[in-house]
Design a protein around this ligand. Structure first.
Ligand code: ZN
Length: 201
């Protein structure tokens, strides 16, 4: 199983990062050891600026390579919600040196995944999602604002990498990313459905 994450898939998030709006999807990967499906997350000792990025997550249901646009929707059947935790201080240092991001993005437990998954056919279009920190809404997203649709992501990724059943695709975060502290509680929603509740320890 692999985790593929999309960078800068919402224009407002690219702006808040002072980054260019991409002309094709940007992707990077996290190893299976990044996945955390429990309620407790332990703040890593190597960062002082851990950021939440709430993201819709596609569950891949079919093996494929060089998938065309017309068939792309057949390759994911369920959508859930997760967090792409990012050590922003480390990411910034990597970017400045032109180095890969793995230290900042792919560490253990950096991919939070809620247990709730919804069949694509049951979700209203556009899909609205949000993240609350200690009860306050800090991020709100809608698939109406995606720069690259889920189908476009499947086409692009599968040009380079075979996708397999069970793979997860984190589809990018909307604006409002920000720091978390020990003691915070994060709760993610698709519409009104609570998908995960996470305590930072
Ligand atoms: Zn992300």
């Amino acid at each position: 199983m692999k985790i593929i994450c999309i960078g800068r898939n919402y224009a407002e998030h690219a702006k808040e990062m002072n980054s260019e709006i991409p002309t094709e999807p940007i992707f990077f990967m996290k190893p299976d050891t990044a996945l955390l499906r429990e309620n407790n997350f332990y703040y890593p000792e190597f960062t002082k600026d851990l950021h939440h990025e709430v993201e819709l997550v596609l569950k891949v249901c079919k093996h494929g390579k060089h998938i065309d646009r017309e068939h792309a929707h057949l390759y994911y059947n369920e959508i859930g919600l997760g967090i792409d935790f990012t050590a922003r201080d480390i990411q910034k240092a990597c970017k400045e040196k032109g180095l890969p991001w793995e230290k900042a993005k792919a560490f253990d437990n950096s991919a939070i995944l809620g247990n709730a998954f919804f069949p694509v056919s049951e979700l209203q279009d556009p899909i609205e999602f949000s993240l609350r920190k200690n009860g306050d809404t800090v991020q709100k997203g809608s698939t109406a604002d995606l720069l690259f649709s889920f189908d476009q992501l499947i086409v692009h990724i599968s040009k380079y990498i075979t996708i397999k059943t069970g793979d997860l695709i984190y589809t990018g975060t909307p604006e409002g990313v920000g720091p978390v502290q020990i003691g915070d509680q994060l709760e993610g929603y698709i519409g009104e459905h609570s998908c995960f509740k996470l305590d930072i320890k």
